[in-house]
Design a protein around this ligand. Sequence first.
Ligand SMILES: [Fe+2]
Ligand SMILES: [Fe+2]
Length: 323
Amino acid sequence: MNHNLTVERLSVQPEVSEVNDIAIEREPDRGVEPQETAVKERSSRTLNIGFIGDIVGASGVKLTTRAVPFLRQEYQLDLCFANGENAAGGLGINKAVAEKLYNSGVDGISLGNHAWGKWELLETIQEDLRMVRPANGHKTWPGRGFAIFETAVGLVALVNLLGGTFMSPSTSPFDEADVLIPYLKDELNIKYIVVDFHGEATAEKIAFGLAWDGRVTAVLGTHTHVPTMDARVLPDGTGFMTDVGMAGPEFGVIGMDAESALRRFTRRLPSRYQLAKGPAILNAVILRCDVDTGKTLALKPLTLRDQDIPPRVDVNQLKNESE
Ligand SMILES: [Fe+2]
Ligand SMILES: [Fe+2]
């Protein structure tokens, strides 16, 4: 167990990130099925959270920065999170790329096994209270395993855990969660907890989701870059999806150039990973959460391509033109 992290957690407690555009009253948004009717009957106000799968490379960043303002408006998001472990050149992330994402409306960034793909992040992550690296990483790692966001309807924690199967966490994600989640819920009084479970094995992610069903808002899988068709609310109210997918080149091998990936498979030779060229695709999931219980009422996975996002209307320009 990574005891040092507990000290770090305490140190970030008073630091709560700002969240933009909180609307207290609004119509329930459209497009969430199949539980849409039930949602409308139960509550006129939900906490709406968007989560984007692993962002891969410049085309993934570009599509994300276009998509986030659209998603925020379309789904009346209170918060938008994204996994950014492949955002800078396909491997890791740095401060400049993170700033681009934040400026577009991403509130929090989670990472994974490629957290340190860009070494310079080691020097800047400590200052970034909106970014989370795996909580079950090594005790010497800078940064933190969770981030806290304030909304009009309560505190939200974004947690990052690294799977224990085919991965190399320092501690088991299950053991880490046993300490971290009660701490967030009971000591910090956080109502909504969104876990990015960054794992290779589908079974491990499902097992984790069921183990924490009813005690966290959502368990969302990342890392494989391929969205699974199993987004659902678990029996006790935790939103779950084995893998959200990615925002990156559509016609590559999980975002990487097919030819360089093929060399590894066909010739068993090391091959420098290169980003795939061509248009990007964005996979995300929208959570609608009960403001009374902090559980998920409904969730909707979605896929966007560039052509799905309407051009942004510049209201000031329109005003000027009409004068
Ligand atoms: Fe990963
Ligand atoms: Fe990834």
